[in-house]
Ligand binder design. Structure first.
Ligand SMILES: [Zn+2]
Length: 272
């Protein structure tokens, strides 16, 4: 005598057998190759969509046409850069002691600017703090403005101290005589994203003014993620580069300047 539960299970096992047969037919029967191809295409599409979504989520895609859509600290930070340097307070600030030296010129086109990687090119001392130069790069027009006036371009020299604090020197670049270091950067800049090593050595001092008096205020990176806690040092004296050098840079990046941000309750100090 067959137990009642076994009778009940018979139609179930038959259904399972049918399903397994159908599955074998689906995987191996006529049209299976086309089905595999379709499955692969759909999988690739879904993966691409997921990747695009995560890139957008992490804010890797940004541009200068839509700076008001930059997220995170860029949108809600209260100590953002650049700023218009309008009212200042004179103070006995530490002199900048720059000791940059010659290093191999490595120019990188990072998709947002031309950047020179400058590890090994020295650094600066501000008071008792030692800052190592990491890289320098260019913006057109200038990002900082002084009493509402922008310069043709701005050079940023990014430094870091041993505790990880960043200090950036901003140098206003204006139309005038050609500059030899700017010439070397432009001649060695790759058109496409990537980097290019020149045979020549370069010294960042060649793009700095003789007068090292400066403005300083606490600010942020001027590109996403716009993280704050940066010491900004904007030199008062501009450096000349030629009109054709400005035009040449603009064939790479014609507009890579973030608009000025609210100063809020920050004070800009000015050295004597
Ligand atoms: Zn910059």
């Amino acid at each position: 005598m067959v137990p009642a539960w076994n009778k009940l299970s018979d139609p179930l096992s038959a259904r399972l057998k049918n399903r397994a047969r159908a599955r074998r037919f689906y995987l191996n029967g006529p049209g299976a190759v086309q089905r595999y191809a379709m499955f692969t295409r759909i999988s690739v599409l879904v993966c691409a969509l997921l990747l695009a979504g995560s890139c957008k989520y992490f804010g890797k895609h940004w541009n200068y046409e839509k700076t008001d859509e930059w997220e995170g600290a860029c949108a809600v930070g209260r100590m953002q850069s650049p700023v218009d340097i309008q009212r200042t307070v004179r103070a006995p600030l530490d002199p900048l002691r720059l000791d940059y030296n010659e290093a191999p010129l490595v120019v990188k086109n990072n998709g947002h600017t031309l950047q020179v990687d400058a590890a090994g090119a020295g650094g600066m001392n501000v008071g008792d703090t030692r800052f190592q130069l990491l890289q320098y790069h260019l913006h057109a027009r200038s990002e900082h403005t002084i009493k509402g006036m922008s310069a043709d371009m701005e050079l940023h020299l990014v430094h870091k101290d041993s505790a990880g604090n960043l200090a950036v020197i901003g140098v206003m670049l204006k139309k005038g005589a050609a500059n030899s270091l700017m010439k070397a950067i432009l001649e060695n800049a790759p058109r496409d994203k990537g980097e290019k090593k020149a045979t020549a050595l370069a010294n960042p001092l060649d793009l700095l003014p003789a007068d090292r008096s400066y403005y300083t205020y606490p600010g942020s990176l001027t590109t996403p993620d716009c993280s704050e806690g940066l010491k900004w040092i904007v030199l008062k004296q501009p450096v000349e580069i030629s009109e054709s050098q400005i035009a040449q840079f603009k064939t790479f990046y014609g507009n890579n300047a973030r608009p000025v941000q609210a100063l809020n309750n920050r004070i800009v100090l000015e050295s004597d």
